[in-house]
Design a protein around this ligand. Structure first.
Ligand code: ATP
Ligand code: MG
Length: 339
């Protein structure tokens, strides 16, 4: 069992990152250890340069993201925690896989379409080839389980397509190089939506702070954001069918269920018929209860630059070593001569 996932240090991690991905990093880190496997979690700083960014902010966000992940329970003693920029094999393998990935495959990626919007011509090439770097991230370590939110499912499928094509084009049938990775997507919180618009996902890159709950928000900020969250004027329904076509209501219920472990049916039987004025404070309390310990731990860690850099340096050394065999085998399979 090899678990691997990444998160971009493009801003402050939010509730969607937490419920959609980070809780599963922590869960799978334990499962990998118990199974005699390994867990790799990395900061996708090379991905972060695919869109306009401020270099000083990227450096600071990278350290803060390490502090947040550790505060959430990613344990550097159990997980290889590192940033891509210290492991050149990611970029090298991406180049090798660029020979296998097809333009048509990348053109179909919804993240590319969403992030590029109407201005495709003006986007960086890195934004277009982002999924190939992501395939390299995963395939380099022969990952078996990849905990991600639902938005990354399509990229994982692309990674499998690239692996399959490379294996069939360049490897003997009985000795494929790349393991086909499986996405590990939480059924209950796969796609947490923006608090301002129930039709788009909560994102670090959303310009509105009010659209997301950051893991480092204090209790007052959390309560304020929940209070201002967009809703419709109807009271909560008493059963799940009543949530159809009510994306904002569905999102708030989904968040509450994910935080408390309660089922949608139970929550609706308790709050059905009541207005959001009653439900929002209950949701706010559940959020504060989850985030408070993360926040406290983050505050202890965030300013210790030396300790955070040491975690990354150690993780990167381990990652560099783990990636060597696959990278070397990829060069060899392609017939590239290397001394
Ligand atoms: P950006 O807007 O910069 O792309 P992001 O919020 O999408 O940031 P990423 O770093 O791209 O965050 O993703 C990190 C992980 O969090 C991925 O596994 C992704 O699937 C997951 N994730 C991101 N947003 C959500 C969401 N709204 N609900 C569930 N999971 C999410
Ligand atoms: Mg994203």
């Amino acid at each position: 069992m090899r678990v691997l996932s990444g998160i971009q240090p493009t801003g402050k991690p939010h509730l969607g990152n937490y419920l959609g991905a980070i809780v599963n990093y922590v869960k799978l880190q334990e499962e990998a250890l118990a199974a005699g496997g390994e867990c790799f979690i990395f900061l996708a700083d090379l991905h972060a340069i695919s869109q306009t960014h401020d270099p000083a902010e990227l450096t600071q966000n990278t350290r803060e993201m390490v502090a947040t992940l550790v505060a959430c329970g990613v344990d550097p003693a159990k997980t290889i925690l590192f940033n891509q920029a210290q492991v050149p094999a990611h970029a090298e393998l991406q180049w090798l896989l660029n020979g296998t990935a097809r333009m048509g495959w990348l053109n179909r990626m919804t993240q590319w379409k969403d992030k590029a919007g109407k201005n495709r011509e003006g986007q960086s090439i890195a934004l277009f080839t982002y999924p190939v770097l992501q395939a390299a991230d995963v395939l380099l370590y022969q990952a078996t389980h990849v905990p991600v939110g639902e938005d990354q499912k399509q990229h994982l499928e692309l990674a499998r397509d690239i692996a399959q094509k490379f294996n069939s084009d360049f490897c003997p049938e009985d000795a494929p190089l790349f393991t086909l990775p499986e996405p590990y997507i939480p059924p209950a919180a796969a796609r947490i939506m923006s608090l301002r618009d129930g039709s788009v996902k909560m994102s670090k890159s959303d310009p509105s702070e009010m659209s997301r709950i950051n893991l480092t928000d204090d209790a007052d900020t959390v309560m304020k954001k929940v209070k201002k969250a967009k809703t419709d004027p109807e009271p909560l329904p008493s059963d799940e069918k009543g949530l159809a076509n009510r994306p904002e209501a569905l999102n708030l219920i989904t968040i509450y269920c994910a935080l408390t472990g309660k089922s949608t049916a139970d929550v609706l039987s308790e709050y059905g018929g009541q207005g959001f004025g009653n439900f929002k404070p209950v949701l706010g309390d559940a959020l504060v209860e989850t985030l408070q310990p993360i926040n406290a731990r983050f505050m202890e860690l965030k300013d210790d630059q030396e300790a955070l850099d040491a975690i990354l340096a150690r993780g990167a050394a381990q990652a560099r070593e783990r990636g060597i065999p696959t990278l070397n085998a990829a060069y060899k399979a392609l017939g590239l001569v290397r001394g």
